[in-house]
Design a protein. Structure first.
Length: 267
């Protein structure tokens, strides 16, 4: 297996000291979007993994600990030529929308890729990874996660309308998870799914911005059904008169505890 590295140069410089340099395979520029040259990630090959991989992991961990955006996005294992992997990953940067048109898909960003494992079906994830046999990234908790590729890959990647909505909300999911981590909330494997579900529900209520993020935080910390509680419903029906966060900012922990307890009857 050959080791490759996806680097996001817009987030910083790849710096390795006291190890052989990785060599550049090329930018991930989609054929249909040549104007993206200079604004896309770059694929590198690590020919000396025994020396280079520990250094790459160390730099990624340091940036994560400092709260900086990732430069080293993923370490891939692949038995195919680098240019074949480059072409595949480049084409995946353009995601067909379920209705019409396309969108730029930042799937390579570990803050995005982590959620694609529960958003996409196994065959879709295989179509995304293509010839990559293993995909390793640093997750939000600072742990290295390795995902195995599919034995057979679909030629194209198509997502449903629901999946596309989930993908567009990933950035908001990450914002909510960051808030929960700062508040020492114990995150579970299914927490991102619950966060996304509350975001989708909040959007249905017409919430946006900080109101939407706050609504999702409250939902995860109280009850999946907290929005059906009469006090919360009263706030949601006031939309246009006052913001959600302004309406609930003075509710204390005892009030939220009562809402969490009483919400069970609104399942």
């Amino acid at each position: 297996m050959i080791h490759y590295v996806i680097v996001e140069p817009l987030n910083g410089k790849l710096e390795l000291s006291n190890v052989p340099p990785v060599y550049e395979v090329g930018e991930l520029v989609p054929e249909a979007r040549p104007e993206l040259a200079g604004a896309v990630p770059v694929l590198y090959c690590a020919e000396h993994p025994g020396e280079q991989l520990p250094a790459l992991r160390g730099q990624a961990e340091q940036r994560h600990a400092s709260g900086a955006p990732p430069v080293i996005c993923a370490i891939l294992e692949c038995d195919k030529a680098g240019h074949r992997l480059q072409r595949h990953l480049a084409e995946r940067l353009v995601l067909p929308k379920p209705t019409e048109g396309t969108a730029i898909f930042r799937f390579y960003d570990p803050r995005v890729f982590a959620h694609l494992q529960w958003i996409l079906k196994p065959e879709q994830l295989g179509a995304l990874m293509g010839p990559a046999a293993r995909w390793t990234y640093l997750d939000g908790g600072g742990e290295w996660v390795t995902v195995k590729g599919a034995e057979t890959q679909n030629e194209g990647l198509a997502v449903s309308q629901n999946q596309y909505g989930q993908i567009t909300r990933i950035e908001l999911v990450e914002r909510v998870l960051s808030i929960l981590r700062v508040r020492s909330f114990a995150l579970k494997a299914d927490t991102p799914r619950w966060v996304e579900a509350h975001l989708a529900r909040g959007e249905a209520y017409g919430l946006e911005g900080n109101d939407l993020v706050g609504f999702a935080v409250h939902g995860v910390k109280t009850s999946p059904y907290f929005d059906r509680h009469p006090r919360v419903q009263a706030v949601l029906t006031m939309r246009g008169k006052t913001s959600y966060m302004a309406a609930v900012q003075n509710w204390d922990v005892h009030e939220w505890t009562a809402i969490a307890r009483e919400s069970a009857q609104y399942q």
